[in-house]
Design a protein around this ligand. Sequence first.
Ligand SMILES: [Zn+2]
Length: 61
Amino acid sequence: MVRRCSHAVDIAVYLLGGLPDAEVEAFARHLDGCPACRVEIEELAPVARLLIASRSRLGGP
Ligand SMILES: [Zn+2]
């Protein structure tokens, strides 16, 4: 069982493209040293792709 990281919320924002450039850099550095977040990203990436695809079909911004 992988321990949850305090950056877990940032992962969703990052995957949905909502993280500002400056924070993307810091987050990428954090990922290098945080296996828990890397596992989380691999698990959430397919979900994020679905959300982004459905958002465009719904005619959102
Ligand atoms: Zn982390």
